[in-house]
Design a protein around this ligand. Structure first.
Ligand SMILES: [Fe+2]
Length: 271
């Protein structure tokens, strides 16, 4: 059963066990629900890494993640997210803090990301989603016209971002592009809806605009796009498997829980 979780973003899927075979009709139904709701929350799933890989492949190919330091040794196509990792200087690394969309520094960013809860803190650690299609539709016409021709430059780590990422391993640097270009307005290939394509941790600039013009525009779009009216905030339950559409959403983690409690999840991307 599919139950919307807000008027614009998110739906809960119950009565599906992803360890069991999924027939073509159900697969089609889930794919349609995903395009319609942008976030699917499968409750009560308890998957092993290979079962998670099989579940992800119901929706597309597995995306090769960029930073291989987080790969599971026994199932390297799946990476983990943990609050127990630290930067080389000893500071704790909270993955996913700050609004972003995944891997926009790739020429073909993953269409979706899946997170499966393995260990959760007793409270806090919600994931917030902002619907950038709804945000686009709410922009004044003049802003939509201004954005239409703009192309943004995306890099692994934007020099404008306050949030610093874990450095890529040397061997991986050769395989990750230095910079890629993406339009600031994307058209969803399945729904046909347009959305603002933003990423504060990756956007280095906008082609043809100097920073004096580009940075305030990016700030203004982020403030607009992440207004509460465009958000769905997910409070995690044990067994949750959450899948979201990177083509039309921003998301952010919250490091607002007791860091002595382990928060550990698996994160495959879908190409
Ligand atoms: Fe993310």
């Amino acid at each position: 059963m599919i139950t919307p979780l807000s008027s614009h973003t998110g739906a809960e899927v119950t009565g599906v066990d992803l360890t069991q075979p999924v027939d073509a009709a159900l697969r089609e139904h889930l794919n349609r629900a995903f395009v319609e709701h942008s976030v699917l929350v499968f409750r009560d799933q308890h998957l092993s890494p290979p079962q998670l890989l099989a579940a992800v492949q119901l929706f597309g190919e597995v995306f090769p993640q960029h930073n291989t330091r987080f790969a599971l040794p026994d199932c390297p196509q799946i990476h983990y997210l943990s609050n127990q990792d630290h930067f080389p200087d000893g500071r704790r690394y909270i993955p996913g803090e700050g609004w972003h969309t995944d891997h926009s520094n790739d020429s073909r960013p993953p269409m979706a990301t899946v997170l499966h809860a393995v260990k959760l803190p007793s409270r806090g650690g919600d994931t917030q989603f902002a619907n950038m299609a709804a945000a686009y539709e709410a922009l004044p016409t003049a802003t939509r016209e201004r954005l239409a021709p703009l192309i943004a430059i995306h890099v692994y780590q934007s020099s404008h971002s306050a949030r610093k990422l874990m450095a890529l391993p040397e061997a991986r640097k050769e395989r990750v592009p230095n910079a890629v270009l993406h339009p600031m307005v994307r058209t969803h290939p399945e729904s046909g809806r347009k959305s603002i394509y933003l990423n504060p941790i990756r956007i280095e600039g906008i082609l043809g605009l100097d920073h004096k013009e580009a940075l305030p525009l990016l700030d203004e779009l982020l403030a607009h796009g992440t207004e509460e009216r465009f958000q769905y905030r997910h409070a995690w339950k044990p067994g949750d498997l959450v899948m979201w559409d990177n083509r039309c959403l921003l998301h952010k983690a919250n490091g607002d829980y007791d860091m002595d409690q382990v928060r550990y999840r698996w994160i495959p991307g879908i190409a």
